[in-house]
Design a protein around this ligand. Structure first.
Ligand SMILES: [Zn+2]
Ligand SMILES: [Zn+2]
Length: 120
């Protein structure tokens, strides 16, 4: 990240406790909606939340396995598709990356401003 642009830069990835809380919130909401957070869905959400910034699908695939093993791509894409549909993640088309969303609403539109200078 460059410091030459004038805006505030986020303070890096969120704390583990914040990630755990966001995952519990998501799990509770989806359970109430009759959905199920399968292990791949939870894992992809965890990776997105822990990153604290947009992540490309191939990075999610590479980081997926706790033992360092990459995931099968369809596993990650299916989980992303589910998370997007449930308002837990958004795809940022212009940089083809995904970002976690904690707004807590099932279906909502999102807009992103991406800095040309640092990509934040
Ligand atoms: Zn959102
Ligand atoms: Zn910037």
């Amino acid at each position: 990240m460059s410091d030459s642009c004038g805006h505030h830069h986020p303070d890096g990835p969120p704390a583990a406790a914040a990630v755990a809380r966001a995952m519990q919130d998501a799990d509770r909401r989806l359970t109430a909606e009759g959905e199920r957070m399968t292990p791949p869905r939870l894992r992809v959400l965890e990776l997105l939340l822990a990153a604290g910034e947009p992540v490309k699908a191939y990075d999610l695939i590479a980081r997926f396995g706790e033992d360092g093993q990459p995931a099968k791509p369809p596993t990650v894409y299916r989980a992303l598709e589910f998370l997007e549909r449930k308002g837990l993640a958004h795809r940022i088309a212009s940089i083809s990356a995904y970002v976690a969303c904690t707004s807590g609403a099932a279906d909502h539109a999102a807009a992103f401003l991406i800095c040309d200078c640092c990509g934040a």
